[in-house]
Design a binder for this molecule. Structure first.
Ligand code: NAD
Length: 358
């Protein structure tokens, strides 16, 4: 089998603990080069990938490596756009960590570069690949809970995620590097799940953000409501000051509902919203434990099926695929959530037309 040749930019937490260990277990891909601006991280990259060529900048990597198929971007968000656009212009497919970019202007430039250079741009939307999230998806598709009318997604953390200690471990709280706080860091995972569960992109957002820790210039809590066609809605609450690490998701349908609390899933079937509290004659509540490794922030086990989708997009010449459009929409929601929060939670319209790609 001819192996796809890839290079990684940013040998930090997610690439070191998540992407590269997953690549190393695959027989269809080979990581031949790594670029990192931090010398200590380059040393560690050399140890992890002794055969790979190691560079101190993505520019040198792109100028030197002549036989690459794709570039995997795992740097902080502030540099995603310039690295992705350069790689796409070099004729490489690009896998990019979330958030796609800190602004819609950057994200737009990335999608346009994918279109113009006819190369795939694909986001790391790995939460879709968590086993318990797949169960939610399958239950909705089965029709057992009826039509989904609302969802809630809560992500609780007791701190911001830390980057590797050799570089700038607290970059997520520094606006210039991250582009925002928890909404920028975690919002994408929440928002792309709502698109799938509610079956469309949202049309409006209203939000409120808080900065309980005044040491940093980014928010540590965000509460927002997204409106979907037909008046459906998603409520999401993200916190870095919650005193716990946990995800709690609920899905409300016309005939039943789903509750997920980390690995615990509870599916209620046969409880139509027009019926009695007791449910219909054949109502039931199914409780399951689906090991999903939520506590492992590298989410390496979720990587393979996500990477398979990237390969499928490459095989289908799906340059500005639905996942990258969702990724763009996540950036727009984050940007407009900040604008809404700054204006007393004013309702902001979202534009899901992608007219700039037409
Ligand atoms: N999908 C997920 O579940 C998930 C989980 C963690 C992180 N992430 C994302 O991955 C990205 C990286 O996060 P992390 O936690 O691995 O950060 P990190 O701080 O651990 O690693 C970043 C690495 O990038 C290097 N770097 C910084 N700027 C660079 C540049 N311009 N060129 C080359 N190297 C550069 C640093 O030296 C460091 O080694 C972020 O976008 C983050 O949101 C995603």
């Amino acid at each position: 089998m001819t192996k796809l040749k890839g290079a990684v930019v940013g040998y930090g937490f997610i690439s070191g603990k998540g992407h590269i260990p997953a690549f190393q277990k695959r027989n269809d891909v080979e990581i031949v080069a790594v670029a990192d601006i931090c010398e200590a991280r380059r040393e560690l990259a050399k140890k992890a990938l002794p055969e790979a060529r190691i560079y101190d900048s993505y520019e040198t990597l792109l100028a030197t490596e002549k036989h690459l198929d794709f570039l995997d971007i795992a740097t902080p968000p502030c540099d995603h756009a310039k690295i992705a656009v350069a790689a796409l212009k070099h004729g490489l497919h690009v896998l990019c960590e979330k958030p796609l970019a800190p602004s819609t202007a950057d994200a737009k430039a990335m999608l346009l570069a994918a279109k113009e250079n006819e190369r795939v741009l694909f986001p790391c939307h790995n939460y879709k690949h968590a086993p318990v999230v797949k169960l939610i998806e399958e239950t909705i598709r089965s029709g057992e809970i009826g039509e989904v009318t609302g969802v809630t997604l809560q992500t609780f953390r007791n701190t911001h995620a830390k980057g590797v200690p050799e570089w700038r471990t607290d970059w997520r709280r520094d606006f210039k590097t991250s582009g925002g706080g928890i909404a920028m860091d975690h919002g994408s995972h929440t928002f792309y799940l709502t698109f799938s569960w509610l079956g469309s992109l949202p049309t409006e957002v209203t939000a409120k953000s808080l900065r309980l820790n005044p040491e940093w210039d980014t928010e540590d809590n965000l509460s927002c409501v997204l409106t979907y066609p037909g008046g459906k809605f998603a409520h999401s609450y993200l916190s870095w000051t919650a005193g716990m690490r946990k995800v709690i998701y609920t899905v409300q349908g016309t005939k039943g509902g789903i509750l997920v609390n980390d690995d615990e899933a509870e599916i209620s079937i046969g409880f139509p919203n027009t019926g009695s509290h007791a449910g219909t004659g054949d109502h039931r509540v199914i409780k399951q434990t689906i090991e999903s490794d939520w506590m492992d922030a590298s989410h390496t086990k979720w990587f393979n099926s996500m990477f398979d989708k990237f390969l499928k997009a490459i095989a289908g010449n799906d340059f500005t695929n639905s996942e990258i459009r969702e990724s763009y929409m996540c950036v727009e929601i984050i940007e407009k959530s900040y604008a809404s929060g700054a204006q007393g939670s004013q309702l902001k319209a979202l534009d899901g037309s992608f007219s700039f790609l037409k």
